[in-house]
Design a protein around this ligand. Sequence first.
Ligand code: 9D3
Length: 248
Amino acid sequence: MRVDVLTLFPEAFRGPLDVSIVKRAREDGLLDLHVHDIREHATDRHRTVDDYPFGGGQGMVMRVDVLDRALEFVRAQAPERGLVVYLTPAGERLNDRIVRELAAEPRLILVCGRYEGVDERFVEHCVDREISIGDYVLTGGELPAMVLIDAVTRHIPGALGDAASPEEESFADGLLEHPQYTRPAVYRGWAVPDVLLSGHHARIEAWRRAQRLARTRERRPDLLGEPNDGAQPGGRRERLGAPDEVDE
Ligand code: 9D3
């Protein structure tokens, strides 16, 4: 898959996409990532990319002409048309279904906004999809674009290696994960649940299932089809039960 990013801050993309699975996918040629500086497509001597909003209001708006030239320049670098995704707080909220849809594309062109956003004519005529990563305000679309690239990369065949498959993961079946433990079995008196050391596989599976359901009911009732009425406890996590007093 080819991914092109249009941004005013190309340097933001060094680092997060140069580690772990995404790094490997790029080295293996599974992900062909190109980051482009929108400012290179400004034409005046001050290299202006934004201007005041018509009708008044706060902040600045990214210019349709600069964005359109940047898009056409980038688009011409490869034969695939590319699905144009604009990262915006006003977009559809990203989820597992959308990630899978985007991962099936041969090419994505991600547009990162800064300031108050981009001229709506660019959205109307050039953008295929508007995506938000959640209901909180960030300073720009760069981190959301990196989130999207990371999530999509995991779905490129071969990117996770032979063992792992994104098909059978949490969210695929709509429940949160059960807790995981490894050695030592007791640390500072903190003991691993007995059932996991029992070797009784049916009981272990039943315990894990119950944990997944309890966690989902407590933390994400919306995943169980309950309306999200905002009445979840929230805040600092509860620590249930007495401290385990077990010798190491
Ligand atoms: C005045 C209204 N603001 C929207 C809530 C303006 C505004 C604030 C911050 C416009 C853009 C931004 C920068 N954020 C993004 O570009 C962004 C974003 C986000 O802030 N949260 C979640 N997902 C995304 S995707 C792009």
